[in-house]
Design a protein around this ligand. Structure first.
Ligand SMILES: Nc1ncnc2c1ncn2[C@@H]1O[C@H](COP(=O)(O)OP(=O)(O)OP(=O)(O)O)[C@@H](O)[C@H]1O
Length: 457
């Protein structure tokens, strides 16, 4: 790895490069990464050990950005700019330059700029505000950093690799699992993994389209096809996904009569708009998702089994959040960090609230966790305002000494032993009464005393 020299002002060049707001990656002639600064690590969503001294294509593979275009430019020996999309950040403006313009050595410098920062600066300069965070938009602020999450959860890593392999080989994938487990995010990730940066990702929520409009929405129509149809005709969502990915969310909700038409498209890749006669070939990759049991629906004749087989060559059953404790712990911290970016006073979870968050079983999965963290951010961590869902949950206590006494064999002096015993009583009271305020009233002390004695404990 390159050892950067000291500058005259006494700070190392590495520190200086870490301080700039752009990401910087340097490759040697073998396409190995010899340097990357802090912002590059943030944009890639990877740690230094996962980047430096490794082959660039391996790093690209681990990061959630879709690097195909950039790798092509490097191979072709071209300088240039390209916009890449990723999971951890939105769009990134990437500039590629040969490190040695004389062409004698074959290294490259890659500069990465998070376009969201520029959007924000431009809005500020124009006196406009950033878009107001509606609940839906707020959801999309936090793109899952799958690269990090798969390094934490071997199960998630295996599952995503399965989907990636399937799509690379052209097999159709169905993502199943409870609502809020991240099926749509996984579909976006798979799309980004195989598609070009400008290829469309068209998500269709099959449950949200009224049955009477389903066919025209999906397949489009020719002019004058039916009363009320636009005079110019209209492309359907399948055609809109040409060259990219059609994501059929809640695919179990497709009306039965339409299932035959979809099946026929999946078999030959050809559609005919309503009112038209001309068959049109459409080249799209199809990913679908459902929280229903499609084989069971097929037995009850609500879903065509032949359509199921066409859609579900490879199945990705996503686990509910309660079965992924390692991801839950990580997401609590990540969502907290995201919330704190919007707050002037950072939200800090005390041990009790954190334990409740980790003990809850999240029927609404990741969506519900994000909702809860936002709620806590607004209502505060005062237990009287605690979301009801968490109220009932007493965090698990470490096993007490059999007689309820502090462990004197651990060498505690009298003061420490009394303090520990007192803390145990306070925690028991909080658990029994459901909040610090109520515990304080029951124990006859004020809330400040309880807060002080339980702080960081
Ligand atoms: N791995 C993840 N990391 C961080 N956030 C995530 C992750 N997966 C999902 N989310 C967030 O959780 C919310 C729900 O995700 P998503 O819409 O993908 O779930 P879903 O399974 O498709 O839900 P539904 O079945 O209701 O459509 C979104 O706000 C999404 O950004």
């Amino acid at each position: 790895m390159i050892k950067p020299p000291q500058t005259k002002v006494g700070i190392g060049v590495t520190e200086a490069l870490d301080a700039i707001p752009d990401g910087l990656i340097v490759l040697d002639g073998e396409r190995r990464v010899v340097f990357c600064n802090r912002e590059a690590r943030v944009i890639l969503g990877l740690e230094a050990e996962q980047i430096v001294d490794r082959s660039f294509s391996k790093v690209c593979r681990d990061s959630s950005l879709n690097w195909v275009l950039l790798e092509e430019m490097i191979e072709a020996g071209r300088n240039g700019n390209v916009v890449l999309r990723g999971d951890a950040v939105g769009s990134v403006f990437v500039t590629l330059r040969r490190a040695d313009p004389t062409g004698q050595s074959d290294g490259h410098v890659i500069q990465l700029r998070d376009l969201a920062v520029f959007d924000h600066a431009r809005r500020k300069a124009e006196g406009r505000r950033d878009p107001v965070a509606t609940p839906g938009a707020a959801d999309h602020r936090i793109r899952p950093d799958f690269a990090r999450q798969r390094s934490i959860s071997p199960w998630l890593d295996r599952m995503l690799s399965r989907g990636e392999r399937a799509l690379v080989q052209g097999a159709r994938v169905i993502i199943t699992g409870e609502s809020g487990v991240g099926k749509t995010e996984v579909a976006r990730h798979l799309h980004a993994f195989v598609a070009g940066a400008t290829d469309p990702f068209v998500a269709v929520n099959c449950a949200a389209i009224p049955e009477s409009l389903f066919e025209s929405e999906l397949f489009g129509y020719e002019k004058g096809a039916f009363t009320g149809a636009s005079t110019d005709g209209k492309k359907g969502l399948i055609e809109a996904a040409e060259g990219g990915t059609l994501f059929l969310d809640e695919v179990g909700e497709i009306p039965l009569p339409l299932q035959a038409k979809l099946l026929s498209f999946l078999e030959d890749g050809v559609i005919t708009r309503i009112g038209g006669t001309r068959p049109r070939r459409v080249n799209v990759r199809v990913i679908s998702a459902t929280n229903r049991d499609l084989p069971e629906m097929a037995e009850e004749r609500q879903f065509r089994l032949d359509l199921y087989y066409r859609l579900a060559v490879v199945n990705m059953p996503m686990r509910p959040l309660r079965e992924l404790p390692e991801i839950l712990g990580y997401l609590v911290d990540r969502f907290l960090a995201a919330i704190n970016k919007r707050r002037s006073v950072p939200l800090v979870l005390d041990e009790d609230m954190r334990a409740r968050l980790l003990a809850y079983d999240y029927p609404g999965n990741i969506r519900e966790l994000w909702n809860l963290i936002q709620q806590i951010s607004v209502l505060g961590v005062d237990e009287d305002e605690m979301p009801r869902r968490l109220m009932a949950l007493a965090p698990e206590e470490p096993p007490a000494q059999p007689d309820g006494q502090p462990d004197l064999s651990a060498g505690l002096d009298l003061r420490a032993a009394v303090a520990e015993y007192e803390l145990r009583i306070i925690k028991d009271a909080i658990r029994i009464h459901g909040s610090k305020r109520k515990a304080a009233a029951a124990l006859g002390v004020d809330i400040a005393t309880i807060s002080r004695k339980t702080r960081n404990r």
